[in-house]
Design a protein. Sequence first.
Length: 148
Amino acid sequence: MAIETRDRRARIGFGIANLAVSIFVVGGVFRFLPTRWWVVDTGALVVGVLLAASGVALLAKANVAEPLTRVAAAVVLVLGLVLFTALVATAGWISGVYGQVGVSGAIIFGLVAALVLPYVVVLPAVELVWLGPRAARTRDREIAPERS
């Protein structure tokens, strides 16, 4: 189904949400993290660029909006799940290794994981559900009949 035939309110809502999350991710990483690490910086740039492009395409009702949003949502979902898993695993490790002192650090990691979850896991998953499965492609060539 083409992007033009989908619900207008959902398309505009997802476009605005993608732009907002793009700004929050890039701004949060490059403004509020005290040190630079190429893994985090690259992930933030990839998420920021993909979501910004998807948001603009959705708002502009561009022909490329559906495949771009599908790719952006899939990539952001995978990176978001990796980030969420790393945060939760780190919280558990800190709590277990450092005992009572580590519990405070684990609480902070748990809070960050809870704040990240809706934006880089739930939003892309809902977008993928909204887009639905890809349309079946027609075959370019016909199957040749069997020769006896």
